[in-house]
Design a protein around this ligand. Structure first.
Ligand code: KMT
Ligand code: NI
Length: 184
């Protein structure tokens, strides 16, 4: 099942690739993750994760007709250092960020409704949907390797909007906040 927890505060010289759990450990259940961040999550148990019937069903139901594969590692991703830095800058998108993990592992950090960072460990067989307008960031784990499918409805728009005045005013942000208060 999903592993998600409230993060300890990060200092500038901390290694973002470590788990950063709090003491005592504050874990979130799948329901809590959904209620507090709006994230959706499925565990894909099939041997062939990429071609799983459950993934196909979710793609059809949610209209995810676009798919590509991204590998984030020093030797597979061009400009790795620059990209990993930008992945870890807090941002939002105008659309969902949908990742199906095929190999390796990483952490998606998502803000909850109280603006606290929730860290979600993603590894093989995890399908995570970050809602449009949710503030988040991504980092690899210490092994610096993750391979994932990126799904999208229609022509993909990957543009990140760093958290700030502009992103706060976006329609996607307003819609996200509205949904989160309606669900509360
Ligand atoms: C993103 O947009 O943050 C990414 O694509 C990260 C790598 S996919 C696990
Ligand atoms: Ni993103």
């Amino acid at each position: 099942m999903v592993q998600a927890w409230y993060m300890a505060d990060l200092s500038a010289d901390d290694d973002q690739r470590l788990p950063h759990k709090t003491e005592p450990f504050e874990e979130l259940s799948l329901d809590q993750l959904k209620e507090r961040t709006g994230c959706l999550y499925w565990k894909i148990e099939d041997e062939d994760v990429e071609n799983s019937p459950l993934v196909e069903k979710i793609r059809q139901e949610r209209g995810y007709n676009y798919k590509d594969v991204i590998t984030v590692s020093p030797d597979k991703l061009e400009n790795y250092e620059t990209k990993i830095k930008s992945f870890f800058e807090e941002h939002l998108h105008s659309d969902e960020e949908i990742r199906l993990i095929l190999e390796g592992s990483g952490y998606f950090d998502v803000r909850d409704t109280d603006d606290r960072w929730v860290r979600v460990l993603v590894e093989r067989g995890d399908l995570l949907v970050l809602p449009a307008g949710s503030y988040h960031r991504f980092t690899c784990c210490s092994k610096n390797y993750i391979k994932a499918c990126r799904l999208f409805c229609g022509e993909p728009v990957w543009k990140p909007y760093p958290r700030g005045e502009e992103s706060d005013k976006m329609t996607a942000r307003a819609e996200y906040l509205k949904q989160m208060t309606a669900a509360a």
